[in-house]
Design a protein around this ligand. Sequence first.
Ligand code: FAD
Length: 402
Amino acid sequence: MTTVLTQQDLYDTAKELALEFSCTAHQWDQSREYCWRNVEVMSDAGLMGMTIPREFGGQGASFLDVLKVIECVARECALSARILVESNMGGISAIMAYGTKKQKEFCAPIVINGDKPAICITEPLAGSAATEMSTTAKKQGNRFILNGHKHWITGGGVSKLYLVFAKVLDENDNYLGIGGFLIHRDLNKGINPKGFVVGKRERTMGLCGMPETELLFDKVEIEEDFVLAPRSGYRKGFAELMTAYNSQRVGAGTIAMGIAAGATHRAKQYLCERKQFGRPLAEFQGLQWMLAEMDADVHASRLMLHDAAQSSITSSSGFPDMMSAARAKFFATERAIKVVNDALQMFGARGFGSNEPLERMYRDVRMFTIGGGTAQILKTQVAGHLLGMPTPQVRNGYAQSD
Ligand code: FAD
């Protein structure tokens, strides 16, 4: 029986945990270890899988409720906040929206008990142009055979659930469209699908406790029951499955905004503590104006992100609409990089040293205009929508949708 937590309970818990996580964030960054201890605590507190409906054991929390929790944690530990995004949005929300009852019953407890599902789209030759992926899933009787190569997959090796996007081929190699394929890997239970290999781990500049890895698929067999088949059919299905990604984008934007909010708070304190020329830094108008702009950027980002989360209430997909999510993510992430940079500047040399969290926050926040749709691609989507010009843009014009 699930204990039902109110939004206030979730928020109070997050605040308490964030304080605890602030003491260890440096340690995970330096050791590059996945923060299993934080995962355990977040799972015990009911923060993993908050968006999962109550009938499947979750809290049935709204995206807005979850964003408030994510911001709170991101102010202190962006690594833990990323785990929250991926256990409440992205892959798991795609499964909850488009999966079968069996898939939901299978995945929900895994996530609630601490898993952060991996969402696997990007390939070495298909980054922003995601639909140019070459991973294939070929139908063979009542199963699919997966072959291909993904890279930069968040949580590769630590995640238990992998939602892998691949080009679907029928038994005669006819291309049907793009579908999602679920793989379950749990080495503690001896579950290690044949042909599925977690490859090289990237050495990243920030968010260092999170593995970003290659994944290799060599004739991995996937039962039909583990296919996340879009309702609109494979041909148009990628766009449908990707509506779930709009929630992930709002979540990622919120981590960036949360890091910026944490940096602004630290800068404000420092301006009052540090004296130069016989006065606290807080008395210098040049710095006051910077602080005011930082505060405005964080506030505007928060409003846009919350507005995007609320658009899920009226959108037909039940996810934030594409336009609000894309707009909020590029705005919040670009502003967050500037805000954290300005906060670091206010700390002078101290900000540049690794004893200050600002140095880590500066490295962490940099990722968010890249992963989950780059700022340029999101701006292209927004402009395309405003101008009535479809995306993707390809060399000969605009790709035709059929
Ligand atoms: P490219 O597509 O090669 O783009 C290079 C540059 O060109 C970028 O600045 C881009 O904005 C710009 N550009 C490209 N096309 C256009 C255009 N048409 N107009 C204007 N500018 C353009 N992927 C997953 O599938 N799962 C994950 O879990 C995941 N996690 C990630 C975690 C991290 C830390 C990072 C850094 C990446 C992650 N990614 C993941 C991959 C991420 O989604 C891609 O990096 C992103 O989509 C961009 O692809 P790319 O890096 O190949 O850049």
